[in-house]
Write a protein that binds this ligand. Structure first.
Ligand code: IPE
Ligand code: IPE
Ligand code: MG
Length: 244
């Protein structure tokens, strides 16, 4: 018999892609080699996401605090984003992915900003997956900027969430995160999506980001599907046995 239940809506999954440096150091490699391997993991995950019911994927690639790292590591991360955008735009279009970069732009080079704008424009029609890359991103900064923009407007919770999430008007992607994954073994949020994760399910794994792949993502999703989300309510009533 055909089910009359609506299909599950696409989920918003966010990932703190951590562990590149340790992955590299353990192999006697440079930290930048870890970041390069991390880009491969990113590709695998973007490919696997739609098939696992994910409609929006927000990835933490560079935090506003990562400027504290040695200049050559920061430079390598900037270079990798630019290379990724240049190399990947065609593949994203082909797979129906729309790309957005969230975070600050005013501290990025003009060259990188141009590449970001080009990739966002080129992929704008993608409907299968919304890939959001957080770069020079701080959640507290995003909330502060939204509060400044909203001052005097008395916006609804939904409208304020859209400001915090840097969602352009009419953007259909949900702001609220359903599942937040952090690789690399640390159990902290490091200033990522604090507002949007109000009711997110949290999933921490010791897997270092360069080792992450579709199977690891599927395991996280299977764990998520077993969670009971109550949003402050009470557990759903068990299905009643139908009287004969
Ligand atoms: C995450 O890996 C990538 C970025 C923060 C840019 P790390 O570089 O933080 O790796 P670890 O935590 O030092 O292993
Ligand atoms: C968070 O990882 C930022 C990214 C994954 C881009 P960090 O490695 O910078 O976080 P902390 O310093 O361990 O909290
Ligand atoms: Mg780290």
């Amino acid at each position: 018999m055909q089910s009359v239940l609506p299909p599950n809506p696409p989920l918003h999954v966010a990932i703190i892609m951590d562990g590149n440096g340790r992955w590299a150091t353990r192999r006697g490699l440079q930290r930048s080699d870890g970041h390069r391997a991390g880009v491969e993991a990113l590709r695998r995950v973007v490919e696997a996401a739609p098939g696992l019911g994910i409609g929006t994927l927000t990835l933490f690639a560079f935090s506003a605090d990562n400027w504290r790292r040695p200049a050559e590591e920061v430079e390598a991360l900037m270079w990798l984003l630019r290379a990724y955008l240049r190399a990947e735009a065609a593949r994203l279009i082909e797979s129906g992915a729309r790309l957005s970069v969230i975070g600050r732009r005013d501290r990025l080079s003009a060259k990188l900003c141009r590449e970001i704008a080009r990739a966002e424009r080129a992929t704008a029609a993608g409907r299968r997956l919304h890939l959001r890359v957080a770069f020079d991103y701080s959640s507290r900064d995003a909330i502060l900027r939204a509060a400044i923009r909203a001052a005097g407007l008395e916006p609804t919770l939904d409208a304020f969430s859209r400001l915090v999430s840097q969602a352009p008007p009419g953007d259909p992607s949900p702001c609220a995160v359903d599942l937040l994954i952090r690789t690399g073994g640390e159990k902290r949020l490091s200033d990522f999506l604090l507002w949007e994760s109000a009711y997110a399910e949290l999933y921490f794994t010791d897997c270092m980001w360069p080792d992450f792949d579709g199977a690891e993502l599927a395991a996280a999703m299977a764990d998520f599907r077993r969670r009971e989300r109550r949003f402050g309510g009470v557990p759903a009533a068990p299905a009643l046995a139908v009287a004969q």
